[in-house]
Design a binder for this molecule. Structure first.
Ligand SMILES: *Cc1c(COP(=O)(O)O)cnc(C)c1O
Length: 386
């Protein structure tokens, strides 16, 4: 078979497909995907079903311009960007918005618009969301990786500066950051934000605010003054619409115009557009659970840092999102990664799916019952391993 499929690019051979969260349709506690643990409320699902029944014509293409959705997104972005005292500050208009089939599509469009064809590389600080690197590599775009400080998971900015200055074969065209970061849960520090502000204008700064609704900190207020910044958000997390694949980019209209040229013409099915509009109309109801998730997150961290056996075994960090990040206390252990794999396995055997990523464990905050089971089951695993 060696010479078969010679038409496939050889550089793709060593890549691995994105390892998606959990197999669907089971009764496990699915705490490996950072989704909301709540489905849409039944009344809203019914409304959506009504829209499908009465409004959507399945023989017709979707609205390829996303006009109504962009209006609603712009309004949403503006209501949550009121921390600016200057009310005359320019507001986000639909020209600042592009909607993708999940943020994943936007990541790809951004890479095509900037680095494709040997014109540049991207910079990421690991551990971070893996899709930036995976997607870049599928397009033959080099990925430059810098480390983070493991006290607070902030980026090693000195290493970042050196990497950018080195400019080796391909200059850095994009810096990807997540605010707050996945899997480590930390929001950008003032020093990191200042560093982003100081980056040259020929570098695109992508700030992924996928968990914005959980942390309520956004850099959108600065966007109008920073034409080389792009902010991404998604309906997949706090908005409870992971099944519908809707993400959006907020950036200067000229960047948006380019992304619109690149995306597929009908990238967003009619039902997904309807679902996103519905979620925005009912956002207060959908987001009312955020507070409880934050309380649950705090008590989970509290337990992990006070129960003696757990504390001895795991190190845990504070988080600004709907998940927590753990590492082994004894990381020098040569088998560290095997131990983590075994924990994942034993948690799954007990009925809880969590994620082994970035050298640690990422656990989504679920319902209070799920979180309680997370603790009991972790304690059981630790008991067995120590
Ligand atoms: C979950 C997540 C997303 C969402 O991606 P979609 O394609 O919109 O579902 C984006 N960025 C980060 C960092 C995430 O964790």
């Amino acid at each position: 078979l060696k010479n078969m499929f010679a038409f496939l690019r050889p550089d793709l051979a060593h890549l691995q497909a994105y390892n998606p969260a959990h197999p669907s349709g089971n009764t496990l506690d699915r705490l490996d995907g950072n989704e909301s643990y709540l489905d849409l409320p039944p009344e809203l699902k019914q409304k959506l079903a009504w829209t499908y029944q009465e409004i959507i014509a399945t023989n017709r293409y979707p609205d390829g311009g996303h006009g109504e959705l962009k209006e609603a997104i712009a309004a949403y972005v503006n209501t949550y960007t009121l921390n600016s005292p200057n009310s005359s500050q320019p507001r986000i208009t639909p020209e600042y918005i592009s909607v993708g089939n999940g943020s994943d599509e936007l990541i790809r469009s951004i890479l095509i618009a900037t680095c494709l064809g040997g014109s540049g590389s991207i910079l990421v600080a690991e551990p971070t969301f893996s899709m930036y690197g995976i997607t870049a590599e599928t397009l033959g775009i080099p990925v430059q990786k810098i480390p983070r400080h493991n006290q607070d998971w902030s980026m090693d900015l000195e290493a970042a500066d050196q990497t950018i200055a080195a400019q080796e074969q391909s200059p850095v065209r994009i810096v990807f950051v997540v605010h707050p970061n996945s899997p480590t849960g930390n929001a950008l520090t003032p020093a990191e934000i200042n560093w982003l502000r100081g980056l040259p204008e020929n570098i695109l700064v992508v700030i992924d605010e996928a968990y914005f609704e959980y942390c309520q900190q956004s850099l959108v207020g600065e966007l109008v003054d920073r034409p080389n910044w792009l902010i991404m958000r998604t309906f997949s997390k706090a908005m409870r619409l992971a099944a519908h694949r809707v993400g959006y980019a907020i950036a200067h209209p000229q960047i948006i115009e380019t992304l619109e040229k690149i995306r597929l013409p009908y990238n967003l099915p009619s039902l997904s557009q309807a679902a996103a509009l519905l979620a925005l109309h009912h956002r207060d109801e959908l987001l009312s659970v955020v507070e409880q998730v934050i309380t649950q997150r705090q008590s989970l961290i509290e337990e992990l840092t006070t129960q003696p056996d757990l504390k001895k075994f795991f190190r845990v960090w504070s988080s600004a999102a709907n998940f927590i990040y753990l590492r082994l206390q004894n990381e020098q252990n040569v088998d560290s990664s095997q131990i983590l794999a075994r924990i994942i396995h034993e948690m799954q055997a007990q009925g809880t799916l969590i994620r082994h990523t970035g050298g640690g464990l990422r656990i989504t905050i679920g319902s209070p019952e799920e979180n309680q089971r997370t603790l009991t089951r972790l304690a059981k695993v630790v008991d067995r391993l120590s």
